[in-house]
Design a protein around this ligand. Structure first.
Ligand code: ASP
Length: 307
């Protein structure tokens, strides 16, 4: 089996000057995953190591450095899924944890549930030994003050304006992280982690922790989505990719078709990464940027800002 892994750092618009940091961060994260796969490790270990590296890098909107909600604190969402027995675990609304993706994995491994949320997720994380960690960085806090001040008039009437605002200014969202991999045993896994969208309502849950929406793995495909989660939730984008592949489409064709549909139906500002059971990595996006990095087999890691 050909091992492969692909990771993204969020669909949107990266500020000039931050490109290099994003690409370096992604390349290093994918190298961490590659070392695991090349040593005979599992796809699940590889995607988790990749996403942990990205969560710990404060320039991405996941873990430390995630964006703040409307009230000024983080609510972190994450999901892991593996093709074997459709094993899946997710968390949403975690406020004080360093690596939500690892808590999601514990949900998968240690509970009978698929998703834990809010206080319950936080309590579970502590019981599992994850220490208290404030993911809010001074940069994100300053950003939040700035955006809160400038967005007040836009938010005035209702949330649809917020959506339009985020669409017109995609640099306000983006930065979510995700990874998809296939290991030497042919097992596929995907992991996705996010702070969600800036200034989201308290309690808002996006696509990232929802299996089949922002994160999915089955015997043929593993995939992760990024961008405005409400559109990805409506279209169940990652499961839709798998369905198309199961019906005979090639991976690139399937990803392109799902993305085209997201464009036709919602003009959605989204991006997708996926890998198939043959070790083919694919990335596509409708935003200007979606930093991503990948490798397949013996090839070196390639990092790019856009396709
Ligand atoms: N999809 C994430 C969410 O809606 C955000 C993103 O990928 O930028 O929570």
């Amino acid at each position: 089996m050909t091992i492969a892994l692909i990771a993204h750092g969020g669909a949107g618009k990266w500020r000039p000057g931050s490109d290099d940091d994003a690409l370096q961060g992604l390349a290093a994260a994918v190298e961490a995953g590659r070392a695991i796969l090349a040593g005979g490790g599992s796809a699940m270990d590889a995607v988790c190591a990749t996403v942990v590296a990205l969560e710990d890098n404060p320039i991405f909107n996941a873990g430390t450095g995630a964006v703040l909600n409307f009230d000024g604190f983080c609510e972190l969402d994450a999901c892991v899924m593996e093709s074997r027995e459709s094993r899946v675990g997710a968390v949403s609304g975690l406020q004080r944890v360093r690596n939500p993706v690892l808590v999601a994995r514990k949900v998968m491994e240690q509970t009978d549930h698929v998703m834990l949320t809010g206080d319950g997720a936080q309590r579970f994380a502590r019981v599992m030994g994850f220490p208290d960690h404030d993911p809010v960085t001074p940069e994100r806090r300053a950003d939040w003050f700035d955006k809160r001040n400038r967005i007040d008039e836009v938010l005035g009437e209702h949330a649809l304006k917020m959506r339009r605002f985020l669409k017109d200014h995609p640099e306000y969202a983006g930065g979510t992280v995700g990874a998809a991999a296939v290991d030497a045993g042919g097992v596929l896994a995907a992991a996705t982690s996010t702070g969600g969208v800036t200034l989201k309502m308290v309690g808002r849950v996006g696509d990232s922790p929802v299996p089949g929406a922002g994160n999915y793995a089955c015997a043929r495909v593993a995939a992760s989505a990024t961008g405005t989660g409400e559109f990805v939730l409506r279209s169940l984008a990652t499961r839709s990719i798998a369905e198309r592949v199961e019906q005979g489409a090639g991976l690139a064709q399937a990803v392109e078709a799902v993305l085209a549909r997201l464009g036709e139906d919602y003009d959605a500002d989204v991006g997708l990464i996926a890998v198939d059971d043959r070790g083919t990595p694919v990335a596509r996006h409708r935003t200007r940027d979606m930093p991503h990095a990948f490798f397949s087999g013996d090839s070196p890691v390639v990092a790019r800002m856009r396709v």
